[in-house]
Structure formats: C-alpha cells, structure tokens
Design a protein around this ligand. Structure first.
Ligand SMILES: [Zn+2]
Length: 216
C-alpha cells in the first residue's frame, strides 16, 4: 500500500476494501432490523480476494456502523494498521477463513439461537422437513436431515476456537454457541446473509413448535 490515508490507514483509492466495508455496514443494518445484534453484540467480517480480512471493531452497535468501524486483522486475529481493538471473538472468524480463501462470516445473538441452544441438552440440533433447508449448499431436497452443532460457550476464545476447529468441515448450516449465538459463513456476503436468514428462520420455527408441544 503506497499512501496511508484516513483514520484506519486505508487508501481512499482502495476500492476493494471500501466495497467490503460497505457490505459489512449494510449487513449490520440488515441484522439489526431483525433484532439479531442487540446492544453491541455480534461481529461481521469479509475476507477479500487478496487475503485481507475486514471485520467490525470492538464495542460498536452493528446497526449504526460507519466504514471506519471496519478494521483489518491478520489470520491470527491481530489488528493491522489501526489503533482500534478487534473484537474478542475475532479468532472465531479467522479460523473459518483458514478454510475459506474469500468469503464472509456473520455472528449474531438472536433470541431463538440463544433460547434453543440453552434448551438443547445434547451437542446438536437437527432440522428436517423444512423446504428452506435447500438454502444450505448441497441440499436439493427438503427431506434431508441437517445437523447444527451446539458448542458450550467459553470466554477463553482461543480454547473455544480449538474446540470448534475439528468440526468446521461438518457445519453446513454454521454452528451455535450455547446461550450466546450463531456463526454462519459463505463464499460472499450475499451467500452468508442468505444462510443466516435461512438458519434464523428455522430456529424461529423450532422455537414456535416448542411452544405448541405439550408441557413436560
Ligand atoms: Zn458473540
């Protein structure tokens, strides 16, 4: 990069970065409209074709992001060219990008994801019979049974990332952190958003159905 410019050291001519930042700002507003990123919860990121990782900085509301709330981190989650602090959960994004040379990762804290992950006694939730299962790649029938892993929450993010790592190749829907939220990703922002909306729809359906079940 020739000319450091602006508060986060990004050249104003860096159209690729600016596009990624704009996608993140727009996605933040979309998640906020659904109520999936309350307070300062959630993180959103993009991996650019050149390998750089753009991610929301710590402590900002995702419904009110500005372009300079998006900072660069390396694959180890360390901030690059910025005085801002990355979110504590940055490492969970970076580990997904180790298997994704370009793409987007979305993390939210919806009511349905939080309640259902707390209620789940086992290590997964299973979904079948929903037409919307087709939103997840590789599914051409609603008859599939898709598995959504649920990992126990852990404030030690490095330890949590080591727990999650071996399961990442087997997470077609993403995964849940118990009592915390959801992680979803895709090859670009549009695909990640479609998967997140699909998964949140299924979680909302499961929550509604649990209300219809006879009381235990
Ligand atoms: Zn979180």
């Amino acid at each position: 990069m020739d000319q450091p410019a602006g508060p986060v050291g990004v050249s104003s001519a860096d159209a690729v970065w600016n596009q990624a930042a704009a996608e993140i700002v727009s996605a933040g507003r979309r998640l906020d409209r659904h109520g999936w990123v309350p307070a300062t919860a959630g993180n959103l990121s993009r991996r650019l074709p050149d390998g750089r990782i753009a991610i929301t900085r710590s402590g900002v509301h995702k419904g009110y992001l500005a372009a300079d709330d998006v900072i660069e981190v390396d694959l180890d989650g360390q901030a690059v060219n910025t005085v801002h602090r990355p979110s504590a959960e940055t490492l969970l994004h970076c580990q997904i990008y180790r298997g994704l040379s370009e793409g987007a990762v979305l993390h939210g804290h919806s009511v349905a994801a939080t309640v259902l992950s707390l209620e789940a006694s086992g290590p997964e939730l299973l979904f079948s019979g929903y037409e919307l299962l087709k939103v997840f790649e590789g599914q051409d029938t609603h008859d599939a049974v898709l598995r959504l892993p649920v990992f126990d929450n852990d404030q030690d993010i490095a330890r949590l990332s080591r727990t999650v790592a071996p399961h990442l190749p087997d997470c077609p829907m993403g995964y849940l952190l118990r009592g915390h939220g959801v992680y979803v990703w895709g090859g670009d922002m549009q695909q990640a958003l479609a998967r997140l909306e699909g998964l949140e729809f299924l979680l909302a359906c499961a929550l509604e159905r649990s209300r219809l079940e006879p009381k235990r």
